[in-house]
Design a binder for this molecule. Sequence first.
Ligand SMILES: Cc1cc2nc3c(=O)[nH]c(=O)nc-3n(C[C@H](O)[C@H](O)[C@H](O)COP(=O)(O)OP(=O)(O)OC[C@H]3O[C@@H](n4cnc5c(N)ncnc54)[C@H](O)[C@@H]3O)c2cc1C
Length: 391
Amino acid sequence: MGGLFAAHLLRAHGWDVAVFERSGGALADRGASIGTRQELFEVLRSIGIGIALDPSAGVAVTSRICLDRSGAIAGALPVHSVNSAWDRIYRPLRDALPDEFYRAATRVERVEQDANSVTAILADGTRESGTLLIAADGIHSSIRAQFAPEVMPRYAGYVAWRGVIEESEMAAAEHALLFGRMCFSLPEGELLLALGMPGRDADMRPGHRRYYWIWFRPADEAYGLPALCTDTNGRCHGSSIPPHLVRAEVIRDLQHAAEANFAPPLTAIIHRTRQPYPHGIFDVEASRLAFGRVVLLGDSAFVARPHVGAGITKAALDAKGLVEALAAEHDLAAALTRYDRERRAFGSALVARARHLGAYLETEAKQRGGTDRQPETVMQEYGTAGKIEGR
Ligand SMILES: Cc1cc2nc3c(=O)[nH]c(=O)nc-3n(C[C@H](O)[C@H](O)[C@H](O)COP(=O)(O)OP(=O)(O)OC[C@H]3O[C@@H](n4cnc5c(N)ncnc54)[C@H](O)[C@@H]3O)c2cc1C
């Protein structure tokens, strides 16, 4: 997504671009919902993609509620938002970039540069040179590893379990209570959030949408996380696992924990979810974004925990900031210095904000007994970028 934003904005400023994407097939969403912000739609509009912050972008949410275990509403706030899906943003971005500028199944192995150009060495051995190389290669960026090997994703001490059911699978009473609201549940040291989202292929028709939940649970790095990410053959897949490989007993444990912690409608939805899956939550914070003619952008530079709901917006704003710096400064070095300064300040603040919102979930905080948070505070703060908002 970050690479596509950069390609569009650079083309609009007269640059010749090539996007190298290692994946050969069509990218498909990971079944997760996307929090949206006005700034994201502004960048999309500047590219000529007219999605607005309205129900055409996703499911309109009119309030936030917190359900206690009995099903009583422990708090409510009238907060409006629109909850979208990855594909709803990705598909128009990809479709708007002519195929001649997009090279699928093309992996960048490493990068070389000198005073005059930068070269991507591709997996098939070919070399592609240009003025600037943008490393928008995600949280596990191999280009970041080449230029800043000291920057490693830092485990937050908890995982996110995610799941989705079809809107049509919801009972009428569940739908009436939950679908148009952002529903929170706050067992001690944990957090569940559930809300409606677009259906497959960004289907927005009532009855064809989906209901999504994300449940943050502590899991220690040495045993808890690897155990969750180990399949029936004993293979550990790292800090996440393909949904269809999650072991049945791990899902049964999750369902039992849901029964112990949540109101009946939420428990029923978790039981009905076919393939819930866990993945570890990490912070990534680069201490530098520009290395000669190479810049980090999007998740390769900073990954903020999902609590700020800003991954795609940040990638879009990084791309916008880069193009503005290139347009404003007289030479490349000055532009990249400016990009580094401005986007690093933004990225660091966002990571800090997300860490603050997630501190409640960290195992050590739970052990200290300092995890109590009021439903109103959590509901008010969640998905907001705090002081950095609007920058
Ligand atoms: C397939 C996919 C589905 C996603 N689904 C969701 C979702 O449902 N909800 C959500 O909140 N977020 C989702 N995200 C994450 C979200 O899109 C990102 O947080 C946001 O787009 C900013 O990340 P990025 O573009 O910097 O990096 P990413 O989105 O991680 O993209 C990095 C891209 O670089 C490619 N790549 C990596 N290494 C190389 C290499 N060496 N050579 C060439 N290409 C390489 C990867 O294949 C990937 O397409 C998804 C990301 C992907 C890739």
